[in-house]
Design a protein around this ligand. Structure first.
Ligand SMILES: N[C@@H](CCC(=O)N[C@@H](CS)C(=O)NCC(=O)O)C(=O)O
Length: 234
């Protein structure tokens, strides 16, 4: 197996989480690509993934690139009874599917509208009305997930499942981008609970460290845009 990944990429975190949950991440052949050097638009990444994106993944002759597809492949091929991320019970599994396929709402309603917007536009060009409107919508989206979590440890109950694999990286990315979640305590607790997972733990808190996959690149980008930590009103 080989995984090509980039720092600061929530999609890359998904297969990394699955690999770690299955005890396969440590020692796994992998290549960290540098976005700034456009390494994803050349070499092996482009060879195996014509979109020139990461994650890019290979297992023997098999190539799978879409992050969710990699996760499902790993689940089917490498699960043991002790580390399954999809419940055996079909109704319980449907609940996990529901959250997995619902998760892109967080990306489109929060990350894209608020974080990417600030990356793409200079501060003097920010549209106040747009930001106010989308900040409200983003809060609604986050509140939905806060309610879904309720008193549960993880999205679908006591166990960490594939639903968490799909959602946790997006949430960690948002928090790293400055979201404080003052009105979503369950979500913030959930984020902190994630520190105990095998992929997150050895790397330290995603929020505090200054290196690693969800950290340095975003931190630098946000610093450059001078809004890190205080302008994201969610
Ligand atoms: N749908 C893809 C998205 C992957 C993706 O957007 N990767 C980003 C890094 S977060 C990337 O490689 N962007 C470079 C580009 O699109 O040129 C997945 O989930 O695997």
């Amino acid at each position: 197996m080989h995984l090509w990944w980039g720092s600061g990429s929530a999609p890359c975190w998904k297969p990394m989480l699955v690999l770690a949950e299955k005890g396969l991440w440590e020692g796994l052949p992998n290549t960290k690509i540098e976005f700034s050097k456009k390494e994803h638009k050349q070499g092996d990444v482009l060879k195996y993934n014509p979109r020139g994106q990461v994650p890019t993944f290979k297992d023997g002759d098999l190539v799978v690139n879409e992050s969710g597809a990699i996760c499902m492949y790993l689940e089917e091929k490498y699960s043991k009874d002790s580390n399954k991320l999809l419940p055996a019970d079909v109704n319980k599994r449907a609940e996990v599917y529901q959250r997995m396929f619902e998760s892109p709402n967080l990306q489109t309603n929060v990350t894209e509208k608020l974080v990417y917007y600030r990356w793409m536009n200079k501060e003097e060009d920010w549209d106040k009305k747009y930001l106010e409107e989308h900040t409200e919508k983003a809060k609604e989206e986050l509140s939905r997930w806060n309610t879904i979590l309720g008193d549960n440890d993880y999205l679908c109950g006591k166990e960490f499942t594939m639903a968490d694999v799909f959602v946790y990286p997006v949430l960690a990315f948002l928090i790293r981008s400055g979201a404080k979640l003052p009105n979503q305590p369950a979500l913030m607790q959930y984020y902190k609970r994630g520190y105990t997972r095998p992929f997150v733990q050895p790397r330290g808190h995603p929020l505090e460290r200054r290196g690693g996959s969800l950290s340095l690149a975003i931190y630098k980008l946000l610093k450059r845009r001078k809004f890190y930590g205080n302008k994201l009103q969610i």
